[in-house]
Design a protein around this ligand. Structure first.
Ligand code: URA
Length: 221
């Protein structure tokens, strides 16, 4: 039977590095401070690191199973998420739930959902580079705390900021990337799919790729 490292190597991912819990890992220059869930929740709730803190209702850290194998990363809280304090609770969230269900997953059950930005950009405008940079330590801390087995990046902003590229979703989807040693699959953002129904078939292919990749990493699943 192939070892986990063999599977990563087959997928063209490697070497496999996992961030250590404490002290902060020296593996990357931008390793996050060693947050606990409590300190991270507090930090996001009171964050004033970027201008969005002046207009948001509340910071939206994320929701779901904190020991999840699957980490879903979107762009930023919308109006409803800003009001309710939970990611993907609006129309795009309903489609996300359906996408997850199509590969046997459910919000909160071995799945954690978050966004690149923890604060709602006014008018749902695109995140700006300084905002993405200011929020990055929170996302890194979440990844360190959760230790997911697979990351699903939803849409251009999540994919580009995680993979540090300006390639389009069209170019990034259809293959397995890695973020700090964790396999990462890119697919379309559900809000985009609501506008562009014809890309739903491609999104389904991406979800199947994510499911296959996950199953190959965890043969018992
Ligand atoms: N779009 C996102 O990217 N995230 C949300 O939480 C809601 C809509």
């Amino acid at each position: 039977m192939l070892s986990r490292d063999d599977v990563f190597s087959e997928l063209g991912i490697g070497p496999v590095w996992r961030l250590r819990a404490t002290p902060a890992s020296p593996l990357t220059a931008d390793a996050p401070p060693a947050y606990t869930w409590d300190t991270l929740t507090d930090a996001v709730a009171h964050c004033t690191a970027c201008k969005l803190s002046a207009t948001r209702t509340q910071g939206v850290l994320g929701a779901g199973d904190r020991n999840a194998d699957w980490l879903i990363i979107g762009e930023a809280p919308g109006v409803e998420e800003d009001a309710q304090g939970e990611p993907f609770v609006g129309t795009a969230g309903k489609l996300l739930d359906a996408m997850l269900a199509s590969i046997g997953l459910a919000r909160g059950d071995n799945v954690y959902i978050t966004n690149v930005l923890k604060s709602h950009p006014p008018g749902n405008r695109n995140p700006e580079p300084d905002e993405v940079a200011a929020c990055r330590p929170y996302l890194l801390a979440q990844i360190e705390l959760i230790q997911p087995k697979l990351i699903l990046a939803l849409g251009r902003f999540a994919a580009q900021s995680l993979l540090d590229t300006d390639e389009t979703v069209e170019h990034l989807r259809g293959r397995v990337h890695a973020f700090q040693g964790v396999p990462l699959v890119v697919t379309y953002h559900p809000a985009y799919l609501l506008r562009k129904l014809t890309d739903k078939a491609r999104a389904w292919e991406d979800l199947c790729l994510a499911r296959r990749t996950f199953n190959s990493l965890t043969p018992d699943s």
